[in-house]
Design a protein around this ligand. Structure first.
Ligand SMILES: CSCCC(=O)C(=O)COP(=O)(O)O
Ligand SMILES: [Zn+2]
Length: 204
């Protein structure tokens, strides 16, 4: 995608995720692959009110080629997801309540979801009977180290739709902006269902 089109698509995606309540305060960050690298949101802004000056252009090595301010503090994770899955065109990171709480509640390194028709909103999922597995990583302020853990895990369990960062949020990816948005929406629905199910079952 061309740089200006990428920024417009991310401004629109930001409005949408903000309206959903999935990027409170200055949480979240977004990127889209371009012909020369990728465009990423600048750090520290409200992602529901982005303008074209709130983006930086980076090359395929993650070096800044245009734009002012600081790129997202989590840029290294975006870069890593593009490197791991070359068909990824867009990465959207959100901080929803459901993703934040569920990733803390699950103590292991995987969220396993089964039994929901909405699993089929995710690329390649054909049945509610499939076990959908989303990798969970402990939060880390060292994003390079976190990105390296994601890369290691990808060798045995390829990251397809996204990953959860514990107590932090969701990184969703897709082969277009539309697919990444669909993956966020589908995953958020599933996270909310799982939280409700856990609460109901613990009340019994
Ligand atoms: C209060 S948000 C804390 C940082 C974070 O997790 C995030 O997603 C936003 O960071 P950025 O540098 O991309 O604005
Ligand atoms: Zn974040």
């Amino acid at each position: 995608m061309q740089n200006n089109a990428a920024k417009s698509a991310l401004i629109e995606a930001g409005r949408w995720v903000s309206q959903k309540g999935w990027v409170p305060a200055t949480g979240g960050n977004f990127s889209i692959k371009t012909e020369t690298g990728f465009v990423v949101t600048a750090s520290g802004y409200d992602k529901g009110h982005l303008a074209s000056e709130h983006f930086l252009e980076l090359n395929q090595q993650g070096e800044i080629t245009a734009g002012s301010g600081k790129p997202s503090a989590e840029t290294a994770l975006h870069l890593k997801l593009y490197q791991l899955q070359p068909d990824t065109e867009c990465v959207l990171h959100t901080h929803s309540v459901a993703a934040t709480v569920l990733s803390r509640f699950i103590k292991g390194d995987t969220l396993s979801i089964q039994g929901y028709e909405m699993q089929k909103s995710l690329r390649g999922v054909r049945s509610h009977e499939d076990a959908l597995k989303i990798a969970i990583f402990d939060n880390d302020q060292d994003i390079d180290r976190l990105a390296e853990l994601v890369a290691q895990r990808h060798q045995s369990e390829p990251v397809v739709h996204g990953v959860l960062i514990r107590g932090h949020g969701l990184y969703a990816m897709g082969n277009s902006v539309a697919e990444t948005r669909r993956h966020i929406e589908g995953l958020e629905f599933l996270f909310a269902c799982e939280l409700e199910r856990i609460k109901l079952e613990s009340a019994l």
